[in-house]
Design a protein around this ligand. Structure first.
Ligand code: 13P
Length: 250
């Protein structure tokens, strides 16, 4: 059996102004310092908040992450941010291929794969997101879609140390709906099989569940086999909601 340290990552999306964000992060750091916990904890704020959060969270053990990066290291790409720049601002990881990026910005598996490669080049952990739409779920295509996204989005240089997978059913994001525990188990088992088949250390990759994770369902979801933590949106914005989710892992 492989020991995988749970990762609980908060995706703040396009939320947070400096003063309030720093206050929530400080409250979380205080909770973590005062209470033993097993999981590794990450916050992925809007990129402009990385540097101030890095300064205020120094020594807290909380990892910081970006929400997206460009595939190139620098150049004429107005508005984009390179993985190297995220790293420079204090990030240790970066989310790539979130369904909101896939939908809002037309990101394909090939684009996501290039971004994951950029993350690795910069020394960041890539948190690679996958997940089916409701139409795909209703059409019985979930396993096919997730396997295909996984194959297309993961670069060959992925390994258990530099890559984390996040399974986020699109229809569960921000809706208050979650899949049944059986449905979560089925998809995570598929992802694990695919990882084992392709990578020597496939048993060691962490696979997170994301989509309406809340304090009252976190323990159940994270007790499912091959669920190695959570990627949390709305409930990560307040330390008072995020801490109980972290505590749910022990
Ligand atoms: P919610 O937890 O708000 O459903 O968002 C999940 C998500 O998209 C995390 O990346």
């Amino acid at each position: 059996m492989t020991d995988r340290q749970a990762l609980i990552a908060g995706n703040w999306k396009m939320n947070g102004l400096t003063a309030a964000a720093l206050a929530e992060a400080k409250a979380l750091a205080e909770k973590l310092a005062a209470n033993p916990h097993k999981a590794q904890v990450a916050i992925c704020p809007p990129a402009i908040l990385l540097a101030p959060l890095a300064a205020s969270l120094s020594g807290s053990g909380i990892l910081l992450g970006g929400q997206d990066c460009h595939a190139k290291a620098s150049g004429a790409h107005t508005g984009d941010i390179a993985a190297e720049q995220l790293k420079d601002a204090g990030a240790a990881c970066v989310i790539v291929g979130h369904s909101e990026r896939r939908a809002d910005h037309g990101e394909t598996d090939a684009i996501v794969r290039a971004k994951a490669e950029a993350a690795h080049r910069a020394g960041l952990i890539a948190i690679v997101c996958l997940g089916e739409t409701l139409a795909q779920r209703d059409g019985g295509e979930t396993l096919k879609v997730v396997a295909s996204q996984l194959r297309g989005s993961l670069p060959d240089d992925a390994n258990a140390a530099n890559t984390v997978i996040a399974y986020e059913p699109v229809w569960a994001i921000g809706t208050g709906r979650t899949p049944t525990l059986e449905q979560v188990a089925e998809v995570h088992a598929l992802i694990r099989r695919e990882l084992r088949a392709r990578f020597d250390d496939g048993a060691g990759f962490r696979i997170l569940y994301g989509g309406s994770v809340k304090p009252d369902n976190a323990a159940q979801l994270m007790a499912v086999a091959d669920v190695d933590g959570a990627l949390v949106g709305g409930a990560s914005l307040k330390a008072g909601d995020f801490w109980p989710i972290i505590a749910a892992k022990g």
